[in-house]
Design a protein. Structure first.
Length: 451
């Protein structure tokens, strides 16, 4: 039997892991992703007509990307070529492309290439697909857990359709597990029963990943079945198998930025419940607690500011407490800081003021320091007028002098515009009073000059 005469897939998977054996064989068996696979939806219609297009399937692990590729390969009369970006280099890509070109020339048959972990290919490797996609000789189906906007180069991205796969719900996972328990190619021959509470534990543990759920069920089945078949999978048995839930998290990928964004925005919106949730989720997923502490310090300065100056001190204390206590006790100090930050009045006036000064610096010349506020440590500098007109504030009864400290071009510029909330309201009132005192000093000196 030649390679082209071999069946597309070997359906005798008796020796394969349970997750592999339970891959859906038809579209009706596929669970989840109704937004693209429901009746009348884009991919459902394309598979039904056998008219596929190049695409990138983007979604978390265990959501059906590989299974979809297998189903699509079954729906069209194409040569199916699966390979992994983890183990394939530019040499392998060129070889596959040459075979695809030959297949088209000799049999006018397109090749369906399924590239798992396509984000692991570099730009040159991804570019190798472009001419073949444009000529229509291949259908490229890439799978990735990373955001294609960052990991797939623009030239390739413009030639494919990105389809987003979402995590499975607990109901989706439950359906998959229940089918597996009765399927002949699954655990049906074992005649197992599962306590509803145990089923709930597995579906929650899976965190939207069907592969994780099936692996857990397979391990529990191995421990719980009787010598002659049958057996009950109890909550106690399942807890022993699961040990600890593995949270989806990639400290270098998009989920890292999604979660820190969620924490920051929950704090900004004064939502302590959400802030605590996202903080704990990051730490329990393996994030560096010092990264979380640094981000909360940034928040204290950027989003709380003078509305509550104690916020920055609180985050610094939390960082020090974590260093002193370590985990897990130190996590509580970070949680305390998060709840405090969420409760604070919010002001970004310092952030806005700093940004406005930077804009002025970027868009204009660097003005010289006014002579009256320059030091004059040498005779030459004094002769050049350094320090002329300087007034010592402590010599004034009000402790404020009529002294221009900004360059002439900017003398009336207002960078800091206080938000009158929390302690910043008190700070603003102080400045209001100083402005009134300054106007009095100016008026008095003007009157004295007229006399």
């Amino acid at each position: 039997m030649t390679r082209d005469q071999m069946p597309l897939f070997d359906d005798d998977r008796s020796g394969s892991p349970l997750a592999e054996r339970m891959r859906p064989l038809t579209l009706d068996e596929f669970v989840g992703q109704e937004h693209i696979l429901g009746p009348g939806k884009l991919l459902h219609s394309a598979i039904g007509r056998g008219e596929l297009f190049s695409m990138v399937l983007w979604g978390p692990a265990g959501t059906g990307k590989t299974s979809l590729a297998h189903l699509m390969a079954r729906s069209v009369s194409c040569r199916f070529v699966p390979f992994s970006a983890v183990t394939s280099g530019i040499k392998e890509i060129k070889g596959v492309m040459d075979e695809a070109e030959a297949e088209w020339r000799t049999a006018q048959r397109r090749s369906l290439l399924f590239v798992d972990e396509i984000h692991r290919f570099n730009k040159a490797q991804q570019d190798a697909f472009l001419p073949f996609i444009e000529r229509g000789h291949i259908i490229l189906i890439g799978a990735t857990t990373e955001n294609p906007s960052f990991e797939v180069n623009a030239a390739l991205l413009s030639r494919v359709k990105v389809l987003v796969l979402t995590p499975l719900t607990e109901e989706h996972v439950r359906i998959i597990l229940e089918r597996t328990l009765i399927a002949p190619r699954g655990l049906g021959p074992l005649h197992l029963s599962v306590d509803p509470s145990a089923m709930k534990l597995i579906t929650a543990f899976a965190n939207g990943d069907a592969r994780v759920a099936l692996n857990a069920l397979e391990l529990a089945a191995g421990m719980g079945r009787g010598p002659d078949g049958g057996g009950m999978l109890s909550p106690t048995l399942v807890r022993t198998v699961l040990q600890r839930k593995s949270l989806i998290y990639d400290k270098a990928g998009e989920e890292h930025f999604n979660l820190i964004s969620a924490l920051h925005k929950s704090l900004r919106n004064s939502d302590p419940q959400a802030a605590l949730y996202w903080l704990v989720r990051m730490i329990e997923s393996g994030e560096d607690p010092m990264y979380v502490a640094r981000r909360m310090m940034r928040f204290a300065a950027e989003d709380v500011g003078l509305a509550d100056p104690r916020a920055l001190r609180m985050t610094l204390d939390a960082k020090d407490a974590f260093h002193f206590l370590g985990q897990p006790e130190g996590n509580l100090a970070l949680a305390e800081a998060a709840i405090y930050l969420a409760s604070c009045p919010k002001s970004n006036s310092i952030y806005e003021a700093y940004a406005e000064v930077r804009r002025d610096l970027d868009e204009s010349i660097s003005d010289p320091v006014p002579l009256q506020i320059r030091n004059a440590p040498t005779r030459l500098m004094k002769d050049l007028g350094y320090g002329d007109g300087y007034k010592y504030a402590h010599d004034e009864a009000s402790r404020i002098a009529d002294l221009q400290c900004l360059p002439d071009r900017l003398k009336d510029k207002l960078y800091w515009k206080p938000v009158r909330i929390g302690f910043e309201k008190t700070v603003a009132e102080r400045f209001d009073e100083w402005e009134r005192l300054k106007r009095r000093v100016m008026e008095r000196e003007r009157n004295e000059g007229e006399e």
